[in-house]
Design a protein around this ligand. Structure first.
Ligand code: XMP
Length: 511
């Protein structure tokens, strides 16, 4: 285990992902985590992340000196590097020149273990206004840039390493090598954490935990809950019951598709219950336009419907949730990041379901790891690589009040959009894409008649981790074809727009 201590930087999850790409298991903890807790985890290494503060200011995130005296290798990145120097007696202050972006770094200590097989001159991603002016006692400067005398430093005997830049960002061309040098060479991790072992271990652990107990799972048909359900089905077979709530905010035909895979005619050993609760959700959402309120209503109603089904089933021993690691972190439970949206699948637990314990088999995995686990489990590719779909469904893709009519419009437009993207052969190159319904109505003309209809927004983004994203480039001809079909085939739409916004400042979904 490697622990990533989160000081509030924006790339913290990336650090964890890169470490896992070296087949080393790691977890993110807040910098507020007590030293005793960290020690108890017996990590082989600790990585301090970047962060937005100045380490020399009184109320900035910090950590006690003991962290660096545990005999466990520590790698500080950006803020983490500055903090290491500051706490251990070096000098950090505001620099005259702010370094931002791709920067050439000269490696001065060619035999540094962290720079093993790294070029003498290498491009790194810098983003700092403070700089290390003097390294702490017993540290040696190992790299510099044109503006920054300390781009890297180390105290080999103490196992302490500091990098002013961000090796976790892909713009740092040899960053993965540096991180892998740290976790494999310096920390001595074995690098044998793989998906096969994850699946085998999980099945074993679940079997052991569940015994002959009954297990209940809320299945949404999305990647996460599908992989969780199949994992459980492999482990305990028909002791598992999956309840699929069709809340009427699914993509076109999706309810039937989920039933085809997991229902009695499907491939898996489990009990499948589909609840058609569409109208209940539409009724509850009538007149509501505030995004967080909509999210809460959908989340709560989902729980109520689920509870009612659970009551019919009676007492169970375990409840399965398809929570994945970014959900945990984004909901403010793991690291330091602020809560941006209240996530549907974290936190809200059914009060009245009679169960003893929660099972969250994917709680430690990133999305791409969940997909790998899905493939290992033999889940069909089309399901494993399905577009991510938010818990509140089309509810967050319809701006303003949700009505049955609007659901129909966005479902139809989205189906056309997906069909055309697939036909154009560009689906694999896009991270996530969908149609959304803006709440805007505007004037148009169709067949000599004035129209006053809705505008559909097409969203397509490329993203590594769904924390940041950029609009995908779709050939204009394809966009035009989609526009033409949507206007012609979807009643109630007279305008189609393409959303160019990155995340940040936008989010991927609309609400
Ligand atoms: P945002 O809109 O926050 O979306 O940029 C990031 C990713 O998360 C998905 N998303 C959700 N997933 N429950 C989920 O399970 C939710 O409440 C939720 N909200 C957004 C979104 O589709 C994108 O992939």
């Amino acid at each position: 285990l490697v622990i990533v201590l989160d000081f509030g930087g924006q790339y913290n999850q990336l650090v964890a992902r890169r470490v896992r790409e070296c087949n080393v298991y790691c977890e993110i903890y807040s910098y507020k985590t007590e030293l005793e807790k960290i020690k108890a985890k017996k990590p082989k290494g600790i990585i301090l992340t970047g962060g937005p503060n100045s380490c020399y200011e009184a109320d900035s995130p910090t950590y006690s000196r003991e962290l660096f005296e545990l005999g466990i290798p520590v790698l500080g990145l950006c803020y983490g590097a500055q903090l290491m120097m500051h706490v251990l007696g070096g000098t950090v202050a505001r620099a005259d020149v702010r370094e931002y972006g791709k920067t050439e770094v000269w490696v001065d200590k060619r035999d540094s273990r962290i720079f093993q097989d790294v070029s003498e001159k290498t491009v790194c991603w810098m983003s700092h206004f403070d700089t290390i002016f003097k390294v702490a006692p017993d540290f040696e400067i190992t790299a510099h840039t044109a503006d920054c005398p300390v781009a890297a430093a180390e105290n080999v005997d103490a196992g302490l390493y500091a990098l002013q830049f961000h090796p976790e960002v892909l713009h740092t061309e040899e960053g993965t090598k540096m991180l892998s040098n740290f976790v494999l060479n310096v920390c001595g991790c074995a690098g044998d954490w793989r998906m096969d072992s994850f699946v085998e271990e999980s099945v074993k652990q679940i079997r052991h935990k569940v015994g002959s107990g009954k297990v209940l799972c809320a299945l949404s048909g999305g990647v996460d809950s599908s992989v969780a359900a199949v994992l459980l089905s492999k482990a305990v077979g028909s002791q598992l019951t999956c309840v699929f709530v069709d809340h009427g905010l699914l993509r076109k035909n999706e309810g039937d598709e989920v039933e085809a895979v997991f229902g009695p005619k499907g491939d898996y050993d489990l009990n499948f219950i589909r609840v058609n609760a569409q109208q209940r959700f539409y009724d509850k959402l009538a007149g509501i336009s505030e995004p967080e309120e909509k999210r809460k209503i959908i989340g709560e109603e989902f729980i109520r419907v689920f509870e009612e089904e659970a009551k019919k089933i009676g007492a169970v021993d375990f409840l399965v949730q398809g929570t994945i690691y970014p959900d945990v972190v984004e909901s403010g439970l793991g690291g330091e990041s602020a809560v941006i949206k209240s996530h549907h699948n974290v936190g809200g637990l059914p009060d009245y379901v009679d169960f003893k314990e929660i099972i969250e088999p994917l709680r430690d995995l990133f999305k791409d790891e969940v997909r790998k686990a899905g493939l290992k489990l033999g889940i069909p590719e089309y399901l494993v690589f399905r577009q991510p779909f938010p818990g509140p469904g089309l509810g967050v893709r319809i701006v303003g009040e949700v009505t049955e009519e609007k659901v129909r419009i966005v479902q139809d437009a989205d189906a056309i959009y997906r069909e055309e993207i697939e036909k154009a052969g560009i689906a694999q190159g896009i991270g996530q894409y969908f149609a959304a319904l803006t709440n805007m109505q505007s004037v148009g003309v169709m067949g000599d008649e004035r129209t006053y209809d809705y505008a559909v927004a097409l969203r397509a983004v490329n993203t590594v981790d769904f924390m940041t994203a950029e609009a995908a480039e779709i050939p204009f001809g394809v966009l035009q074809r989609i526009m033409g079909r949507i206007i012609n085939e979807v009643k109630g739409v007279n305008r189609v727009m393409y959303d160019l916004t990155s995340k940040p400042p936008g989010t991927i979904e609309f609400e």
